[in-house]
Design a protein around this ligand. Structure first.
Ligand SMILES: Cc1ncc(COP(=O)(O)O)c(C=O)c1O
Length: 402
């Protein structure tokens, strides 16, 4: 292969690699060897709850409609009826006004966040990302010519406001906020959300605007609160990015959106830039069929209780076995400390046919991500392995005298 076969940047990104992909490959080999039912796979964040009834009813209604225009091209930002339904839902969910004309339907939150980064970053602009973090951010930011600046969260994975303020420079253009969080399951407190907004206001102005880009696909997957706090409520220069991947359990359908709150300065200019980018990035917007479906079930939600009960089963058992763990308040993940080096410990788990992802893959070594969006039986079957693995780690740390 010549050095010019693929772009150097891509080659280097591939080398720095994704631990999730690596675990997926190891898992695939293990499943081929042992049979899939004997491998306890906690490596992927693929929602396993069935979509809600309202989604299936909407699917049927849209499928029965024979208008040819249903499957055709549409405005770059999506069908009006679907944008209106999303705007109504977002206004209610965020407790602020979002107009239908300020919603852009995207190919998942992923497509939306990519578009946002391209909209606001000039080459060399800095985007703050709180670690541990969703690894794709690095690629979205760099593809937009920006630079990711990591800021660690505290022991409980809450934002450290002083550290964020210290990381702000004249090149800071945005901060990505993901609560409930992948990989930690942390739900940022109201106090932190307000504090973040207050500190940004001290640095933000029209000459040096600093955006909050919220990445909110887990917003409604919360277990201990009725409503998820958000900095969007406190800070005008916020762009909301989200999707129905988790709410409706339809991650493969690529149903996402970007919503521009009414208070966002220069909202119309930002909207116009996004309307162009949504097309020129190539993937355009949420597929037509799904837009019609979402228009009919924009407020529906899968069974969050089932995720809560998985969290409780897994996390209470881990705590009982002696794992150090901050109880996740939402999303689909637990992020305990590993008693040994994270890669070493994940390899011990693999000997018990358990797949988890080392924390270093998310910018926080010494931890691991366990995705509990799995069948409850998978958790039950894996618990003895989690127990045996921590015991084995303890023996490695203090071997019994012979
Ligand atoms: C934090 C975070 N952001 C964005 C995404 C992508 O979501 P979507 O399927 O809506 O593109 C994911 C997917 O797992 C995620 O965990």
């Amino acid at each position: 292969m010549s050095k010019l076969t693929i772009a150097e940047k891509v080659a280097s990104d591939m080398k720095s690699g994704s631990w999730i992909r690596e675990m997926f490959e190891k898992g695939r080999r293990l499943k081929a060897e042992l049979g899939a039912e004997n491998v306890h796979d906690f490596s992927l964040g693929n929602p396993n709850e069935p979509p809600p009834d309202a989604f299936f009813q909407a699917l049927q209604a849209v499928a029965a409609d024979r208008q040819p225009a249903l499957h055709g091209y549409m405005p770059n930002v999506g069908f009006d009826e679907s944008r209106a339904a999303v705007a109504k839902f977002v206004s209610h969910e965020y407790r602020m006004e979002v107009e239908p004309g300020a919603v852009i339907l995207t190919t998942g939150a992923a497509g939306g966040m990519n578009m946002v980064m391209r909209t606001i970053c000039n080459p060399g602009d800095e985007v703050l990302v709180l670690a541990p973090f969703f690894v794709e951010y690095k690629f979205y930011i760099e593809q937009a010519g920006g630079k990711m600046v990591l800021v660690q969260t505290d022991e409980k994975f809450q934002p450290e406001l002083d550290a964020i303020e210290a990381a702000i420079t004249p090149r800071t253009r945005a901060i990505n906020i993901n609560t409930p969080n992948n990989p930690t399951g942390a739900v940022y407190t109201e106090e932190k959300c307000r504090g973040l907004a207050d500190l940004l206001k001290r640095h933000d102005d029209d000459e040096h605007p600093i955006y909050i880009a919220t990445d909110d696909p887990y917003r409604r997957i919360i277990f201990d609160l009725d409503w998820c706090p958000t900095p969007a409520t406190h800070y005008d220069r916020t762009i909301i990015v989200s999707s129905y991947s988790k709410d409706l359990s339809i991650a493969g359908e690529r149903a996402g959106y970007v919503a521009l709150p009414k208070a966002l300065p220069y909202r119309d200019m930002i909207f116009a830039a996004m309307a162009m980018l949504n097309r020129t990035l190539g993937y355009v917007n949420m597929p037509a069929f799904m837009q019609r479906v979402v228009a009919r079930c924009a407020e529906a939600l899968c069974d969050v209780d089932s995720y809560r009960s998985n969290r409780d089963l897994l996390c209470h058992a881990l705590l009982e076995y002696g794992y150090e763990l901050t109880m996740p308040g939402g999303a689909l993940y637990a992020f305990p400390k590993t008693p040994l080096d994270d890669v070493e410990f994940v390899n011990i788990l693999m000997k018990h046919n358990i797949l988890a992802v080392p924390g270093r893959g998310f910018g926080r070594p010494g931890h691991m991500r366990i995705s509990y969006c799995v069948d409850r039986k998978t958790i039950e079957r894996a618990l003895p392995g989690f127990k045996a693995a921590i015991e084995e780690a303890r023996n490695r740390l203090s071997p019994v005298a012979q």
